[in-house]
Design a binder for this molecule. Structure first.
Ligand code: PLP
Length: 369
């Protein structure tokens, strides 16, 4: 094939398909002149909660806000421990810290990069208040096992679904397993706003009500502030945009799956992570593993293909968290993966031609080494 430029992600391609609808929706909000907690947010909360399979949705300002507020609503605070996966994105840990709890990391499984349930069980102490399983790259964690463990130990489960809108296990969507499911609508996510946004979903009226208060200065009704809260609301413009994009989420996830299937079937010389036991990924990222990562990334870049690493430096080795007592060697699988994983382009608007160029390039680069 002749070399072509393949971006890692190009959000303009989606916009150019739906610009009429988006522009109309935005105009509708401007015409109404109400920008905070009005009918668009209310409608999107109901629509998205229904999509995932939960009773209530609470729109917030980001995925980090969703996680923070979820923990606070569940009563997590000073002196509590919250367990999460060592390979997660930074925001999961920041949310635990913002809720004044102590983050406890657990290593992941080599075969699918999700939290190791055996290690998780060992990490539970009398101070453990919640677990945050992270459906990283769009691939569901072993939720039935995690829920069973949490129920036995009497602890809460808050799912980090920031990369997994629509992912499911045997047809039941992630976010509907735990006490609360948290989503991010950061522009690059499978369902992305044109700015920041997030939502937490739950079947509990009590948790939903607390979350609603916390995101809005702890207010229960006008001038009545029942608890200490913050300012973390989803806005009307983003909600209006997200309502339109939600309609094509399944179709766009399906296209990601199509691309992932081609990668899995045609890539040579790299390890791929396949779906197992009824767990349906939404392929937020297509991550492969190779001992020759730097070479592969460099040569793909020369061929016009942009790749990325999610993530090169694990939480426990980040400068920001150096006072939390973690050391190199604490989470060997996470560390090994961090040195060998690379994400290939996988957004829905990639053309078959572009996918073919990525496959041909990976196979040629690794065949010559
Ligand atoms: C993006 C992301 C978040 C946080 O989302 P923001 O909207 O950026 O706050 C949390 N967890 C994971 C795994 C993410 O990928």
């Amino acid at each position: 094939m002749k070399p072509i430029q393949v971006p890692f992600l190009d959000l303009r391609r989606e916009y150019s398909r739906i610009d009429d609808q988006i522009n109309k929706a935005i105009e509708r909000v401007f015409d109404r002149g109400r920008f905070i907690l009005d009918e668009e947010v209310k409608a999107f909360e109901a629509e998205f909660a229904e999509y995932v399979g939960a009773r209530y949705g609470v729109g917030v300002s980001s995925g980090t806000a969703a996680l923070t507020i979820a923990l606070q609503s569940a009563g997590v605070g000073e002196g509590d421990e919250v367990i999460t996966a060592a390979n997660t994105a930074i925001p999961t840990v920041n949310a635990i810290l913002r809720a004044h709890a102590k983050p406890v990391l657990v290593d992941v499984r080599e075969e699918d990069c999700t939290i190791d349930v055996f290690e998780l069980k060992k990490a539970i102490t009398s101070r453990t208040k919640a677990i945050i399983p992270v459906h990283l790259y769009g691939y569901p964690c072993d939720m039935p096992q995690i829920i069973k463990l949490a129920n036995e130990a009497g602890i809460r489960v808050v799912e980090d679904c920031a990369q997994a809108h629509g992912a499911a296990i045997g047809g039941k969507k992630v976010g509907s397993y735990g006490d609360i499911g948290c989503f991010s609508f950061y522009p690059t996510k499978n369902l992305g706003a044109y700015g920041d946004g997030g939502m937490l979903i739950t079947d509990s009226n009590e948790l939903a009500q607390r979350a609603r208060m916390i995101r809005h200065h702890g207010q229960s009704s006008r001038n009545v502030h029942e608890i200490q809260g913050m300012c973390a609301r989803l806005d009307e413009l983003q909600a209006a945009v997200l309502r339109i994009k939600l309609r094509s989420l399944d179709e766009r996830n399906e296209r990601r799956r199509e691309i992932a299937k081609r990668y899995m079937g045609e890539l040579q010389g790299v390890q791929v992570f396949e779906e197992k036991s009824g767990r349906e990924s939404v392929w937020h990222l297509f991550v492969v593993r190779t001992g020759e990562r730097e070479k592969l990334m460099e040569e793909l870049s020369q061929r016009g293909i942009t790749t990325a690493v999610h993530y090169p430096t694990p939480i426990h080795l980040q400068k920001a968290f150096r006072d939390l007592g973690w050391r190199e060697g604490d989470f060997p699988v996470t560390e090994r993966l961090a040195g060998e994983i690379v994400s290939l382009p996988v957004f829905p608007e990639l053309t078959d031609h572009e996918v073919s160029w990525v496959i041909e390039s990976v196979n040629e680069v690794l065949a010559t080494h």
